[in-house]
Design a protein around this ligand. Structure first.
Ligand code: ACO
Length: 428
């Protein structure tokens, strides 16, 4: 295989090295392009053909339905590891020993308080505020309560900042939810596991005992693992970009939350439930909506089916489908909206249009169903995604800083006016 790529411009040839990743992905290294060509640049809106970095965190192959964190298959991690172990793996590169995991968890518990004054900030938001906006703001506000900047050359300082964020973020997520539904703000229970504790912080009522539900905690754990990283997507690229200016960890993550908020990114599972509700409102005829989805004249698409990257199947959906079934059974949920989901899933899986195009339910289809069954309001779906993605964002930020990557500063091709003389206001 050739080791260089040749580019010809105006009859002149330029050679660029080809880079091959550990999974044999190939890329043309154009770092010297502008210098050697006298200013020629590339244009690639949406960066569909642009590798923004070399990364050792997540490997994804959409054609073959492969997702791996640090070389471990997502299927194996979802079955055998818990979310905190996966978080450690993503951030620090290796699965933790028992001692490292216990220490990580103990350090997180020691930092799980959120300054009481943060509650005053939360108080200032109207109850109707979208929890993603609240979460992004509060994460940014954490800087004011944890002002020391991180010396990234010190592993210890880096570790402490990461632990602080991993500790406080679930509290902020639960608070954003509790504010929304009018529940008093609560702190966690250090005797519980990371995810168990989060579920309790979400659902504990002010009166009465709280009983942890194993099926719910396990499903939540799996969902968080499945969302923990997805290489250079929009929010992750945002975290790396903001962090590349040497802005701190917390604000970089806050920017990532803002990016995830957009309906083209984190909002797909919300769209699934909204579609199911619309079908119910319309009388619940799933067949009619299947026909609409297949009709090329009709803009309607079956939300939660198909994927931009996974073209054969979404490996995460395969894993989470079982959890969705377990949760529905364990909770004995009687919800016509979820009945519609089951009908749609069944019809689509045996319909030639969907089978031929390999349009299977994606992870958002099942995560929407699970969150709905747990009684989580739709506006909280994306914050749940953010909680899962947190270790991925942290891992990517840390990698970017440790590799001493330069500040992100893309180029453009200017298509505006050429130089023209200024016109005074009376002559315009
Ligand atoms: N419902 C009906 N038809 C569909 C759907 C769908 N959900 N998804 C794809 N198709 C059709 C396309 O119209 C196309 O038909 P054609 O070959 O007759 O022209 C064919 O299936 C192949 O489509 P793709 O090129 O594979 O899909 P594309 O990459 O353009 O879109 C996308 C992927 C945007 C995810 C799409 O499947 C979709 O809109 N799904 C519903 C929304 C959703 O669930 N999004 C969350 C996914 S997360 C993510 O991708 C970031």
């Amino acid at each position: 295989m050739s080791k260089t790529a040749t580019l010809q411009i105006d009859g002149k040839s330029y050679e660029f090295p080809l880079v091959t990743g550990t999974e044999k992905e190939r890329a043309i290294d154009i770092k010297t392009l502008r210098g050697v060509t006298g200013g020629v640049t590339t244009i690639d809106p949406g960066y569909k053909n642009t590798g923004s970095c070399e990364s050792a965190i997540t490997f994804l192959n959409g054609e073959e339905g492969i997702l791996r964190y640090r070389g471990y298959a997502i299927e194996e991690l979802a079955e055998k590891a818990d979310f905190l172990e996966v978080a450690y793996l993503l951030i620090f590169g290796e699965l933790p020993t028992k001692h490292e995991l216990d220490k990580f968890h103990a350090d997180i518990k020691a930092q799980s308080h959120v300054d009481e004054d943060v509650k005053k900030i939360l108080d200032g938001f109207p109850k109707s505020a979208h929890p993603m906006g609240v979460l992004s703001s509060l994460t940014s506000a954490l800087v004011a309560f944890n002002p020391s900047s991180v010396n990234v050359d010190s592993e210890e300082e880096m570790y402490n900042a990461i632990v602080r964020l991993m500790a406080k973020f679930p509290v902020l997520t639960a608070w954003a939810y509790r504010k929304r539904v009018g529940l008093p703000l609560d702190y966690g229970d250090d005797s519980l596991g990371y995810v168990d504790n989060f579920v309790k912080m979400m659902f504990k009522k002010p009166s009465g005992d709280y009983n942890s539900n194993k099926t719910i905690v396990e499903a939540m754990d799996k969902l968080l693992i499945l969302h923990a990283d997805h290489e250079q997507n929009c929010s992750t690229s945002t975290v790396r970009m903001v962090g590349s200016s040497h802005a701190g960890l917390f604000v970089s993550i806050s920017a990532g939350i803002a990016a995830l908020w957009g309906p083209l990114h984190g909002g797909a599972n919300q769209a699934v439930i909204e579609m199911l509700e619309a079908i119910k409102e319309d009388g619940g005829d799933t067949h009619k909506f299947m026909q609409k989805a297949k009709d090329k004249e009709d803009p309607f698409r079956l939300m939660g089916f198909g994927h931009r990257v996974y073209k054969n199947f979404d490996p995460r959906a395969k894993i989470i489908k079982k959890s969705a079934d377990d949760v529905l059974e364990a909770l004995g949920v009687d919800d016509p909206v979820l009945d519609i989901a089951k009908d749609l899933e069944k019809e689509a899986l045996s319909d030639n249009y969907f089978v031929d195009r390999k349009l299977y339910p994606n992870v958002d289809f099942y995560s929407g169903i699970i969150y709905r069954a747990m009684g989580i309001p739709v506006e909280m779906f994306t914050p749940m995604f953010a909680l899962g993605r947190l270790p991925g964002w942290i891992a990517q930020w840390r990698e970017m800083r440790l590799r001493k990557e330069p500040i992100g500063r893309p180029r453009q091709v200017y298509i505006g006016e050429n130089l023209r003389p200024f016109k005074s206001v009376e002559n315009r």
